[in-house]
Design a protein around this ligand. Structure first.
Ligand code: SGN
Ligand code: CA
Length: 534
C-alpha cells in the first residue's frame, strides 16, 4: 500500500510539475540587446538606489528578471564584447585584451541569426578595429568613439552627426526599428552605448543638473589595501593619485596656467581636456562654458587649502556628478526605446536585455576603472524582460556570465548553437526552472598588463561563497575571499589555516575549470609572449 501511494504521489507530482512548466512561445522572438560601456550595477536603482534613480532601466527588471550575480569572464571592453559575440572565453576567441586583433573568421552569434532569417543590426560602440559580421546594417563608432558630434562607420562610409552620442545612437536605433528594417522578419538589434565611459562627459542639461548634487561615499573610499596582495597596492586607478584634474575632473588647463604649479597631473595629459570639448561647436561650447567655469571657480578657491583627504572627496563628488549624469541620459534613452516598442506593438514578442560590458568602481577601494576580479568590476548588471516567459519582478542569484548570452539568444530563437560555444543557455532560469541549472562556479581570466591602470594578470574561480585568485606574470600570489563574511572584499584569507581545506578544494575545481574551458599554462605563456611587453 505504501509503495502504491508513493507511486501515485510520484505521478501526481510529475503531472502538476509538467502542467506548471512554462513553454517558449512558438513565434521566434525579436531581440533587443542593450549594452552600455562601464555601467556599474551600483548605479542602477533596481540594484541599489543610493546614487541614482534609473526608472527606465528598472522597468526591464520590474517587468522581467534581475540577475544579482551576473559577471564577466574578463573585465574589459573589447574582450567582453568578443565573449558575447562568440560565446567563448577570451583565451579561445583570441581577444584577450583591448589591443589584440579580433579574428573575424570566427563565428559570431549575429551571423547565425542572419542565416536563420532574422533581420540583424548593430548600432553604437563595438571597439574592435574591424566591422561586425552577420549584420544587415551597422552604424558603429570608430574605437572608443566621441561623446560630442560623433562620427559613425557605416556600410556606406563614415558619417558625422551633430549632437550628444547617447541621444544619437538612440535616434538611429529607433529609426532602424521604425523605417530601415524588413518588417516581415524578426529582428536582432544590438543597441550599444558609449556612455558612461571615461571621461564621463554629460550632455549640458544633465551636466548642470548633477553639478548641484552630492553623493554618499562608499565605505572603502579610503582603502589602504591592507590584507591584500601586491596587485591591489600597485594598480593605478586611485582617485587621489591617478584620476586627472583636467581630463577627468574637468578643471580647465588654463586654470593651471593661472595657478602656476599648484595643480599636478595635468601636464601628463596636455590635450586630453579638449577631447569631447574640442569637438563641440560654438553653440554647444556656450552651454558648457558656464558649467566649466563653476567647476574652475570652486577648484581655484578651495584646492590650495585642501588636505589629501579633502581632495579625494572633491574628486569623488566630481566623478560621481559626471558619471551619473551620463547614466541619466542612458536611462532616458532606454525609456524612449521601450516606449517605441510599446507604441508599436513590439513589447510582447521582444526580449529586452540590459547589461554592461563589465562593472566599474565608483570609488570602492578608492578606485575608478575595472579589470579586477573583485566584485564591482567582475559583476555586471543584467536585466531581462520577455513577457509571457519571464515572471514579472523576479530576481535570480545564479552565477551567470556574459559567456552565456549567445547560447541564450540562440535557444530563444530556436537556432542550434555550435558545439564549441562555452556558455550555458539561461532559458531554464528565465522560465523559472532553476533546478535545471547546475553551474556552481565560474572562471575568470584578465590579461591586459602591463598597460594603463596596471592591473596585474590574474585568473580565478568564483562561487557564491568564495573567490580564489592567482595573480601571475611578475608575481606569483594567491588570494582567497570569503564572499559571505567579507562583502567588501578587504581581507585575503588565503593563508588563514581555517580556510586550508577550502583552498585545496577550490584549487582542484579551478584546475578542472581550466581544463573544461581549454585554458592552460601553455596558453598563458603564449599570450605573455604576444602581449607581455609594454
Ligand atoms: C582608455 C581610458 C582608460 C580605460 C581604457 C579601457 N583612458 O584608455 O581609463 O581603462 O580606455 O576602457 S582615457 O584617458 O582614454 O579615458 S575600455 O572600456 O575601452 O576597455
Ligand atoms: Ca567598458
Amino acid at each position: 500500500m505504501k509503495r502504491y501511494l508513493a507511486f501515485i504521489g510520484f505521478v501526481l507530482f510529475n503531472f502538476i510539475n509538467g502542467c506548471s512548466k512554462k513553454q517558449l512561445p512558438k513565434d521566434p522572438p525579436n531581440i533587443l540587446f542593450i549594452m552600455s560601456d562601464d555601467h556599474a550595477y551600483q548605479a542602477i536603482s533596481a540594484y541599489d538606489d543610493k546614487l541614482i534613480q534609473t526608472p527606465n532601466i528598472d522597468r526591464i527588471a520590474n517587468e522581467g528578471m534581475l540577475f544579482t550575480n551576473a559577471c564577466v569572464t574578463n573585465s574589459i571592453c573589447a574582450p567582453s564584447r568578443a565573449t558575447i559575440l562568440t560565446g567563448k572565453h577570451t583565451h579561445l576567441n583570441g581577444k584577450i585584451d583591448n589591443r589584440m586583433p579580433f579574428d573575424t573568421a570566427q563565428v559570431t552569434f549575429p551571423q547565425l541569426f542572419q542565416k536563420a532569417g532574422y533581420e540583424t543590426a548593430m548600432y553604437g560602440k563595438l571597439h574592435f578595429g574591424n566591422n561586425p559580421k552577420g549584420v544587415d546594417d551597422f552604424m558603429i563608432l570608430p574605437g572608443q568613439g566621441n561623446y560630442i558630434n560623433p562620427t559613425f562607420i557605416t556600410p556606406k562610409g563614415d558619417t558625422t552627426f551633430t549632437g550628444y552620442v547617447t541621444d544619437l545612437i538612440t535616434d538611429l536605433t529607433i529609426e532602424w526599428l521604425d523605417k530601415k528594417r524588413d518588417k516581415s522578419k524578426p529582428f536582432m538589434m544590438m543597441y550599444l552605448h558609449k556612455a558612461p565611459h571615461r571621461p564621463w562627459w554629460p550632455r549640458p542639461d544633465k551636466f548642470e543638473e548633477f553639478l548641484d548634487k552630492e553623493f554618499p561615499e562608499p565605505e572603502t573610499l579610503f582603502d589602504n589595501y591592507e590584507n591584500r596582495g601586491t596587485a591591489a597596492k600597485t594598480a593605478e586607478m586611485n582617485l587621489l593619485k591617478h584620476m586627472m584634474y583636467s581630463h577627468d575632473s574637468k578643471v580647465k588647463p588654463e586654470t593651471v596656467d593661472e595657478m602656476g604649479n599648484v595643480v599636478p597631473v595635468v601636464e601628463e595629459f596636455p590635450n586630453s581636456f579638449y577631447g569631447p570639448y574640442g569637438r563641440a561647436n560654438d553653440e554647444q561650447k556656450a552651454l558648457y562654458e558656464p558649467l566649466l567655469k563653476r567647476i574652475n571657480d570652486d577648484f581655484k578657491n578651495n584646492w590650495p587649502s585642501m588636505s589629501d583627504k579633502e581632495k579625494m572627496k572633491w574628486k569623488y563628488q566630481r566623478y560621481m556628478q559626471d558619471y551619473l549624469a551620463c547614466i541619466s541620459s542612458v536611462d532616458d534613452n532606454v525609456g524612449r526605446v521601450l516606449n517605441y516598442l510599446d507604441e508599436n506593438g513590439l513589447a510582447e514578442n521582444t526580449i529586452v536585455v540590459y547589461t554592461s560590458d563589465q562593472g566599474f568602481y565608483l570609488g570602492e577601494h578608492g578606485w575608478f576603472d575595472k579589470r579586477f576580479i573583485y566584485n564591482e568590476s567582475f559583476k555586471t548588471p543584467l536585466l531581462i524582460r520577455w513577457p509571457n516567459v519571464i515572471d514579472k519582478g523576479t530576481t535570480n542569484d545564479e552565477m551567470v556570465q556574459n559567456l552565456d548570452f549567445a547560447q541564450t539568444f540562440l535557444e530563444a530563437a530556436g537556432i542550434t548553437a555550435p558545439n564549441d560555444m562555452q556558455g550555458e543557455s539561461l532559458i531554464p532560469l528565465l522560465l523559472g526552472n532553476n533546478s535545471e541549472w547546475t553551474r556552481d562556479a565560474v572562471y575568470y581570466h584578465y590579461y591586459e598588463y602591463p598597460a594603463v591602470h596596471m592591473v596585474k594578470r590574474h585568473y580565478g574561480i568564483v562561487t557564491k561563497e568564495f573567490k580564489l585568485v592567482h595573480f601571475y606574470y611578475d608575481v606569483d600570489e594567491w588570494e582567497l575571499y570569503d564572499r559571505m563574511n567579507d562583502k567588501l572584499e578587504v581581507k585575503n584569507v588565503y593563508d588563514d589555516p581555517k580556510y586550508s581545506e577550502i583552498v585545496k578544494e577550490l584549487k582542484n575545481k579551478l584546475a578542472e575549470l581550466r581544463i573544461k574551458y581549454k585554458d592552460s599554462e601553455e596558453l598563458d605563456k603564449k599570450f605573455i609572449d604576444l602581449t607581455g611587453k609594454k
